[in-house]
Design a protein around this ligand. Structure first.
Ligand SMILES: [Zn+2]
Length: 272
């Protein structure tokens, strides 16, 4: 399995790769770890692997289904989150998911549900979830994201495999240089002309490979959003933040840094 978009966690990636080659991926996982540890990244990679049509390594990141999952537009991959920000998934939502699960997949052979904040679901929602795990259609897979698996009922846990991610930054990172680069790029995105931006965007071609590129883009997105809140050229900052989000998707798909900087410049000056 190509799980390189997930930072660190080598043991877990190794374990999953062996599982995929052996008996195949499971139909239910609990992906636990603190915020920033890569829960969503891993969920997307697993979902992509499940629908990928490549005969080689999965997820290939290049076939139609992979691209749709990584762009968040695959019709058979649903992300379920609470009814309001910060609210846990409610029992009605689990019931609706159950009804939906019985409708056959649109495109492939699998249907995948990614549940956010699964550890915060109350007992009735979890019990409805348990039923779905026990009796749901065979083509349905469930990825339960949680801060820690401890928030889930033992009965639910026993139906899933647990993937515990390490906190972000467990290894050492070239933090300082990255934030410097992110700052320079944000300057250029906020105020520079096209050529100047193109020059600044060459910084995306980091020496650290894709992992470092993703970290840089994420630092850049944070920086742009922070600037937009503070004021400044909000229109440009917000557009830049949006573009950087798209770039992160591209970087996960192995699009090279040169192409990404091209997208960034083209996107900024499209119709501004
Ligand atoms: Zn694929």
């Amino acid at each position: 399995m190509d799980l390189s978009a997930l930072r660190g966690n080598e043991r877990l990636k190794d374990q999953l790769s062996r599982q995929e080659r052996g008996r195949g991926l499971s139909h239910a996982y609990i992906i636990s770890g603190p915020a920033g540890s890569g829960r969503h990244t891993l969920a997307r990679l697993l979902a992509a692997a499940m629908v990928c049509t490549s005969r080689g390594e999965r997820p290939c990141g290049q076939c139609g289904p992979c691209l749709k999952v990584l762009r968040g537009i695959h019709p058979d991959v649903a992300i379920i989150s609470g009814p309001d920000k910060g609210k846990p998934i409610a029992v009605d939502q689990v019931r609706a998911m159950r009804a939906d699960a019985y409708i056959r997949p649109n495109e492939g052979e699998r249907k995948i549900y990614i549940l956010e904040g699964a550890g915060q679901m109350n007992a009735s929602a979890q019990n409805a979830m348990l039923k779905l795990l026990e009796e749901g259609p065979r083509y349905a897979s469930f990825l339960l994201l949680a801060d820690s698996a401890g928030g889930l009922l033992q009965t639910v846990r026993s139906r899933c495999e647990e993937l515990a991610l390490l906190p972000a930054g467990s290894g050492e990172e070239p933090e300082g240089e990255r934030s410097l680069l992110a700052g320079r790029l944000a300057d250029a995105l906020e105020g520079a002309g096209e050529l100047e931006l193109l020059e600044a965007a060459m910084a995306l071609d980091t020496k650290g490979g894709r992992e470092e590129l993703l970290a840089l883009l994420s630092a850049l997105e944070t920086e742009l959003s922070a600037r937009a809140v503070r004021g400044g050229n909000r229109r440009r900052l917000l557009r830049a933040a949006e573009l950087v989000k798209k770039l992160q998707g591209g970087a996960r798909l192995n699009v090279n840094a040169g192409q990404l900087s091209g997208w960034l410049c083209a996107g900024m000056f499209e119709d501004l």
